[in-house]
Design a protein around this ligand. Structure first.
Ligand SMILES: *[C@@H]1O[C@H](CO)[C@@H](O)[C@H](O)[C@H]1NC(C)=O
Length: 615
């Protein structure tokens, strides 16, 4: 009896075993690196040498190289192309990509280790003269939304072929088809071919080298597409410079989430600073600096379910409800700076594509042209992108203040995104008015036996900001007028627990707001508060505990310091503790007298301030 039952079990497993063997034999390990990720560009504007040394994998893959002006002039003349006197040839981007082919790769996968793929190529778009000059790129995002969710199954990816403008000129290929648009219907015009990929038509247009260079320069109309990407979810957005999301029809609506095409049309002539316009916060005379802190948005791909909604409503969709709240508060407050203090991305709801989540998270702020800073929480990097990959993406987004420290590494040992931003006087940009520190507080303790729970900002991170302060910042900070410094990070410091005064035994420190849940500060104290005090930081603000939203004046350092929570803003994160409505915290800093005010607003009554106090 036992034997026959066993063998029956084996018979049931047979198809799986066959599949496993098939994939093991035929499969190859699919590289999880995409060629279409943004590249960190050499930052010439703010003299940060370190950034020029960071190289993304895509840099070498796409054949990027430096072109001398003489070389470009020579190539143009050997191709008989005259761009006219209005075009500054030295800013012609010879590494700009044009897209010469696009199609689907259909794959079988086993766990996240093995994938075997076959290409379906487009008939009729054979461009033999380009052979050997093009590069193939995979958009490593499974259109089906199955990869990463199941143990085995089918996945599908878009791939495309590119050639650089430089290679087209070098190889003197004078006629070719390049991608110029996507549309709902097949209506190719003169000199065009339309290909159907899933439910959209991709329009390829015949170009000569001269037409390409004319249409791509600053005065042209940017007809050709320089990069493509796929985003997921009906609420996806693409706020990146030069990118347009094609929203009239999904690429495919048959799988887990609808997919949409986003197309980049960058000009071929890019004046200095075009690709990397770093934002600086400039405060006009007579104005206070207003900050909106967005804590724990917990967004994912698609609209997502509400968690612990309070008060409850019918038909709650988490991310749309959170966005409505954010948009309302941004319109009321009109801040000069927005700070995201971690867990903006719910990783396990972004397994299909963290990029889709991140881009929609920052869209309301970028649309309003507000400078913004971001630190990472413990959930952001649990989706399709690592902390480092998310950071590269964020570094390159419009109005982003995000920076890497010279010690940030891909292994996260120092955290990723430890940086300092200062606010300058608009009438006198050498005049530094305020200093903000942004720190990566890591995730979970790596010494769980000794210090269970959450990790902490390491001593070497504190040493780093102290060093920057002592060697650099210190001398720019005027001593004859008030200077406000604040620090932002995700996980609270141990001093967030200082309800009892250290200096006045038996007395309590001032606390404004709700203390509803156990503070999840690390069990280990890495001495950060003392260093922040040495740097003159008066206020810290964090996230992580969704149901604590207080400001507490701790007296455990030399000077009193306010340690504050932002309060959870996202409907997709936990709440509870007797019912907690989502909230957003504001700061208002007056640079003339050094006063700092803070207050909060609730999702259900955003027009009313509450817990307003002077810090
Ligand atoms: C900004 O600079 C102007 C011009 O130098 C000066 O009058 C003003 O007081 C400065 N503002 C602050 C807040 O220091």
């Amino acid at each position: 009896m036992v034997r026959s039952r066993l063998s029956k079990r084996y018979v049931r497993l047979l198809p799986l075993l066959v599949l496993v063997l098939y994939i093991l034999c035929m499969g190859y390990r699919h590289q999880r690196t995409s060629n279409v990720r943004p590249v960190i560009k050499n930052n010439k504007n703010n003299g940060n040498d370190y950034l020029s040394s960071i190289k993304s994998a895509s840099d070498s893959d796409s054949g990027s190289r430096t072109w001398q002006k003489d070389e470009i002039v020579g190539l143009l003349s050997s191709n008989h192309i005259d761009l006219g006197a209005n075009v500054d040839i030295q800013y012609l981007d010879m590494n700009q990509l044009v897209i010469t082919n696009l199609g689907i790769k259909k794959c079988h996968y086993l766990a996240t280790k093995f994938e075997r793929c076959s290409k379906t190529s487009m008939k009729g778009l054979s461009q033999p003269n380009l052979k050997g000059h093009t590069n193939e790129h995979d958009i490593k995002k499974d259109i089906r939304g199955s990869f990463g969710f199941d143990w085995f199954g089918k996945s599908e990816y878009l791939y495309f072929d590119t050639i650089t403008v430089g290679s087209l000129l070098q190889s003197q290929i004078n006629e070719f088809y390049v991608l110029t648009d996507v549309t709902d219907e097949s209506t190719p015009g003169k000199g065009q071919i339309a290909f159907k990929v899933y439910d959209l038509y991709f329009i390829f247009q015949k170009y000569s080298l001269k037409q390409l260079l004319d249409s791509g320069n600053n005065n042209g109309n940017h007809h050709f597409v320089s990069n493509v990407n796929v985003l997921f979810g009906t609420d996806c957005k693409d706020p990146r410079k030069d990118w347009t999301l094609y929203k009239s029809k999904p690429l495919s609506n048959h799988f887990k989430f609808p997919s949409y095409m986003s197309l980049e049309r960058a000009p071929l002539v890019k004046p200095p600073g075009y690709s990397d316009p770093r934002t600086k916060i400039l405060l006009p005379d007579g104005k206070d600096l207003k900050i909106v802190q967005l804590a724990d948005l917990h967004m994912g791909v698609g609209e997502n379910k509400c968690i612990d909604e309070f008060p409850t409503t019918e038909n709650c969709h988490a991310d749309p409800k959170t966005f409505k709240f954010i948009n309302t508060v941004l319109d009321i407050e009109q801040p000069d700076l927005v700070v995201f203090t971690g867990d903006q991305i719910m990783g396990d709801r972004s397994i299909q594509d963290s990029e889709s989540t991140l881009l929609k998270v920052v869209a309301p702020v970028i649309e309003r042209q507000i400078p913004w800073a971001m630190v990472w929480g413990n959930h952001d990097d649990e989706g399709s992108l690592t902390r480092w990959e998310l950071s590269e993406l964020v570094y390159n987004l419009p109005f982003s203040l995000f920076k890497f420290s010279p010690f940030d590494t891909r292994d996260n040992s120092f955290g990723v995104g430890n940086y300092i931003q200062q606010v300058y006087n608009k009438s006198n940009p050498d005049d530094v008015l305020m200093t903000f520190y942004f720190m990566d507080s890591h995730k979970y303790s790596k010494t769980g036996k000794l210090y269970p729970g959450y990790d902490w900002i390491k001593e070497k991170q504190w040493d780093y900001i102290k060093d920057v302060y002592e060697t650099n910042l210190y001398k720019d900070i005027p001593t004859d007028k008030p200077h406000i410094s604040m620090a932002f990070f995700h996980i609270p410091l141990p001093e967030y627990l200082d309800v009892d005064s250290k200096k006045r035994p038996g007395e309590q420190n001032t606390l404004v707001g709700s203390f509803k849940e156990g503070v999840t500060a690390p069990k280990y104290n890495s001495g950060g508060l003392k260093i922040l005090d040495d740097l003159g930081v008066q206020v810290t603000s964090c996230g992580h505990d969704h149901c604590n939203d207080y400001c507490l004046q701790t007296d455990s350092a030399r000077n009193p310091i306010w340690v504050c929570f932002g309060g959870g803003a996202g409907e997709g994160g936990y709440a509870g503790y007797g019912g907690t409505e989502r909230r957003i915290r504001m700061y208002d800093i007056n640079p003339r007298n050094g006063n700092i005010y803070t207050w909060k607003r609730l999702n259900g009554s955003p027009n009313d301030k509450f817990d307003q106090q002077q810090l």
